[in-house]
Ligand binder design. Structure first.
Ligand code: S3P
Length: 453
């Protein structure tokens, strides 16, 4: 696979460039598949690299973030032979390092914009006798890492400079990791996964208990690699030492990408869409539950299971009367990536929507809490924070005024959120750095225009 080839949909979308997004001429209609799930794609690549033997993968998302994981495991000695398929996905093989362990890379590993790559890699590297420097782009270099390094240090890994919060960080692994029982201060799948991945090689049980359920893909996928896990609602565990063994994986569609098409259909009159072959893992479709509570005409139906992951169809129809709702702190992890686009929907709903305890949004690819409040303010919508809670006062019948210009700050989910304000409204909007959608959904505009053609 050539990791140098661009995954940008439109080469005109260079960093810093401004894209004009025009209102859709027609409603969204019909059925579509979205690209492979980003979380599952990262895990397929990383776990395949850790495994003994050659893992076959298909449906893998071809995006900048996943390419960061492919490049990282290649630098560590795995052999990824992945090719772009006619549907735009990646398929092929990952030959893992297995019990020989990763090789000492020649230089620092650049994780780009990908928090999942950097944080899960810290757990992957922890049990081995290597010294690896991890870095990333300016956004990733500003994101907190001590939440991962602190528990891994309890297990025996070392990080330099000691106590540093941000990348670049150098990790020195430890061949005799101690197992850990960790009461996590936050619901974070990246944190939970890093600990469990290290725990595979520790002697005894390693477990993580969370204050609320986070996405559970790691504990559901590891058994496919022959690593037994316990996957509870707020607790996950692995018993080591074990060696992951190669398997075959097919990655279903990404519900976080589907969320943009669903919300577009809800906001654009006369729309009705169906998204097929998408992951319906309950830890990922909190946005459907939130939209249902807002009165949206949206539903899911599970068609099959791929491994332990439920997969099926999401349908959504334009809904003229949406109402605000309150989302409790316990549900935030299940919508954490969808809060920007749900906020846009809330801006069109009657009454006030409250998202409780969303402080974590401040440390995503950008400060999404501030960005949502500022972006909605541009549209004339009152949104504010009280402590860590986000409030949005909706305006039924809202149409963003002409001449709006949004800055994404290079954040893919903000780029798609503000694009929807233009696509589903009556006036074009400008979106700076729109090309960052290549981080998770390079074909976003193509897909939405196809549904509206
Ligand atoms: C991810 C976990 C989430 C999410 C991120 C992907 C993962 O972060 O925001 O986009 O693949 O594990 P948390 O670590 O906050 O759960």
């Amino acid at each position: 696979m050539s990791v140098d080839a661009s995954v940008r949909e439109d080469p005109a979308d260079q960093a810093g460039s401004v894209r004009t997004i025009r209102p859709l001429g027609r409603p969204l209609q019909g059925s579509i598949r979205v690209p492979g799930d980003k979380s599952l794609s990262h895990r397929a690549v990383l776990f395949g690299a850790m495994a003994e033997g050659t893992t076959r993968v298909s449906g893998v998302l071809d995006s900048q973030d996943v390419r960061s994981s492919v490049a990282a495991v290649t630098a560590l000695g795995a052999k990824a032979d992945l090719a772009v398929q006619p549907d735009g996905s990646l398929a092929g093989t990952v030959e893992g390092w297995g019990s020989a362990g990763p090789r000492q890379p020649d230089g620092p590993i650049d994780c780009g914009n990908s928090g999942t790559t950097a944080r899960l890699l810290m757990g992957v590297i922890a049990p081995w006798d290597v010294e690896v420097t991890l870095t990333g782009d300016s956004s990733l270099q500003s994101r907190p890492m001590r939440r991962i390094t602190a528990p891994l240090m309890k297990m025996g890994a070392e990080f330099f400079p000691a106590g540093r919060e941000h990348l670049p960080l150098t990790e020195r692994g430890c061949a005799s990791l101690a197992p850990l029982h960790y009461e996590s201060p936050m619901a974070s799948a990246q944190l939970k996964s890093a600990i469990l991945l290290a725990g595979i090689y520790a002697h005894g049980e390693t477990s993580v208990v969370e204050p609320a359920p986070s996405r559970n893909h790691t504990e559901l996928m590891l058994p496919q690699f022959g690593v037994p896990t316990m996957a509870g609602e707020r607790e996950a565990a692995v018993t080591g030492p074990a060696t992951p063994r190669a398997c075959a994986l097919d990655v279903p569609g990404d519900p976080s990408s589907a969320a943009f098409l669903v919300c577009a259909a809800l906001l654009k009159p006369e729309s009705a869409v169906e998204i097929t072959d998408v992951s319906l893992n309950p830890t990922r479709i909190g946005f459907v539950r939130t939209l249902e509570r807002m009165g949206a005409d949206v539903s899911v139906s599970v068609v099959k299971h791929v491994g332990k992951e439920p997969v099926g169809t999401i349908t959504a129809r334009f809904t003229a009367r949406l109402r605000g709702c309150e989302v409790p702190a316990s549900k935030i992890a299940s919508i954490v990536d969808e809060i920007p686009v749900l906020s846009l929907v809330a801006a069109h709903a009657a009454g006030i929507t409250v998202f409780r305890q969303v402080g974590e949004l401040r440390v995503k690819e950008t400060d999404r809490l501030r960005a949502v409040i500022e972006g909605l303010a541009l549209m004339g919508v009152d949104a504010w924070e009280e402590g860590d809670d986000l409030f949005i006062e909706g305006q039924p019948g809202l149409h963003p005024p002409a001449g709006l210009s949004f800055d994404t700050g290079g954040d893919h989910r903000l780029a798609m959120t503000w694009a929807l304000a233009g696509l589903c409204g009556n006036e074009p909007v400008s979106v700076r750095d729109f090309g960052c959608v290549s981080v998770s959904y390079p074909g976003f505009i193509n897909d939405i225009e196809r549904l509206a053609s």
